[in-house]
Design a protein around this ligand. Structure first.
Ligand code: AKB
Length: 343
C-alpha cells in the first residue's frame, strides 16, 4: 500500500526550514523530504521519510512512483542568483533540468493516481530585468507581466520554469491527449521578493545583503554591504513566505485566475535596513562598498512588485509589515541564534 505524501525538495534550504515544520504542525500530511545533503537534525522529527538524492537522478525519481502516492510537490531545490552566476551551466542543470524531472514525476504520479498532482513552485523577482535605474524608479509596483527580461541565469531559469509549469498544467502533450482528459499537474507559483529568515543563514542570493547585515550586527561584526545605500528591493520575512506558499496550495482552483502570482510585504533600501538594524544594535558597523556586477543585478530588479492578483484571488495578506518583521521576528530571532551559540 503506497503512502499518500507531500514531497519537499531542497528540504535543507531557507524555505524548507520554514515549510517543513509548518506543514507538519498545520496539516495532517506525511512529509517526504529530499535533499542532496543529509537532512538537518532539527527537521527530522517533522518528516515521515527522508530521501538523500539529487533531483537530476531520474532513476531515483522514477522509483518514487512505486513507493508513494505524491499528492503535492513543493519543489524548493534551486541554486540562487549569485551562486548561479559562478557556474551558469550547473545552475541550468539543477534549476531547469531538475525542475523538468520533478514535473515528469508529477505527470507519472498523476497518471497512476488518475488525478492531478499539485505542484508548488517558488519563483523570484529575479525574472524581472529593468534596463536602468530611471526605468526602475518610474516602473513603481511591477506586475506579473511587465519587464520580464532577466539578466541572470537564475532569473532565466525561474522564468522558463514558470512557463514549463504552465505548459504542463495546460498544454502537456496537447496533440495526443483527449480534450476531455484533465491535465496532470495543478501548477501554482509564487514569485518571491528577497526573503529574510531568522532561522537560516543567507545561501547565495543577491538580495542577501539584507539578512547578511542583520546577522553581522547581531554578532557585533563589521559588514561590507555590496550594494549602494539607496538600492531598493521588495522583501518578505520567512513566516510570510511560508504562509503565501501554503495559502496558494490550499486555495480552491476555481478561485485562481493565473498560475504565477507576485507576493510581497515591504520594500526597503539598504540604508533603511541599516537604520532599522541600528535601532536594535546601535554599535553596528556597516560600510557600503558596491560590488559592481552584483549592484547591476539588484538595479535590474524592481523596487516593488504588485501583488494585487494574489490579494484578489486567494486573499493574500502578509502578517509581517516592516515594523513587526524586525521587532517581533528578525531581531529577537537572530539575536537568540547567536546568544544560544547556534552558529
Ligand atoms: C536571490 O537573491 O537570488 C534570491 C531571490 C531574490 O530570488 N534571494
Amino acid at each position: 500500500m503506497r503512502k499518500e505524501i507531500v514531497l519537499v525538495t531542497g528540504a535543507n534550504g531557507e524555505v524548507g526550514h520554514g515549510l517543513i515544520p509548518y506543514l507538519s504542525e498545520h496539516g495532517k500530511v506525511h512529509i517526504v523530504a529530499m535533499d542532496i545533503h543529509p537532512l538537518e537534525e532539527s527537521l527530522k522529527k517533522y518528516c515521515y521519510h527522508f530521501i538523500l538524492g539529487d533531483i537530476l537522478d531520474t532513476i531515483m525519481l522514477g522509483r518514487l512512483v512505486f513507493e508513494y502516492d505524491i499528492h503535492t510537490i513543493y519543489h524548493l531545490a534551486s541554486i540562487l542568483s549569485t551562486r548561479a552566476e559562478y557556474n551558469p551551466e550547473a545552475a541550468h542543470r539543477v534549476n531547469v533540468e531538475g525542475t523538468l524531472n520533478l514535473l515528469r514525476l508529477a505527470v507519472e504520479q498523476s497518471q497512476w493516481q488518475k488525478r492531478p498532482v499539485k505542484f508548488l513552485y517558488p519563483s523570484s523577482i529575479a525574472v524581472y530585468g529593468l534596463p536602468s535605474l530611471e526605468t526602475k524608479a518610474k516602473a513603481g509596483r511591477v506586475s506579473e507581466t511587465e519587464w520580464l527580461n532577466p539578466t541572470t541565469m537564475y532569473g532565466c531559469n525561474k522564468l522558463y520554469c514558470e512557463h514549463l509549469g504552465r505548459y504542463h498544467a495546460v498544454y502537456y502533450k496537447q496533440l495526443v491527449r483527449n480534450n476531455d482528459e484533465p491535465c496532470c499537474i495543478d501548477f501554482r507559483c509564487v514569485r518571491y521578493p528577497g526573503l529574510i529568515s531568522a532561522v537560516t543563514l543567507p545561501a547565495g542570493g543577491t538580495s542577501d545583503y539584507g539578512p547578511e547585515m542583520i546577522h553581522h550586527a547581531a554578532q557585533g561584526t563589521p559588514y561590507k554591504c555590496f550594494v549602494r545605500k539607496e538600492s531598493r528591493l521588495p522583501f518578505m520575512v520567512m513566516p510570510d513566505a511560508i504562509k503565501a506558499l501554503v495559502k496558494l496550495a490550499e486555495s480552491p482552483i476555481d478561485s485562481l485566475t493565473r498560475h504565477i502570482y507576485n507576493v510581497t510585504s515591504f520594500s526597503l533600501s539598504a540604508g533603511d535596513i541599516l537604520g532599522l538594524v541600528k535601532d536594535a544594535f546601535p554599535k553596528v558597523e556597516v560600510d557600503f562598498e558596491p560590488d559592481r556586477p552584483r549592484q547591476q543585478i539588484v538595479d535590474s530588479w524592481p523596487a516593488d512588485i504588485d501583488d494585487t492578483a494574489a490579494c484578489r484571488d486567494w486573499n493574500w495578506k502578509p502578517d509581517y509589515d516592516v515594523s513587526r518583521s524586525f521587532s517581533k521576528y528578525l531581531i529577537p530571532g537572530i539575536t537568540q541564534r547567536y546568544i544560544a551559540g547556534a552558529e
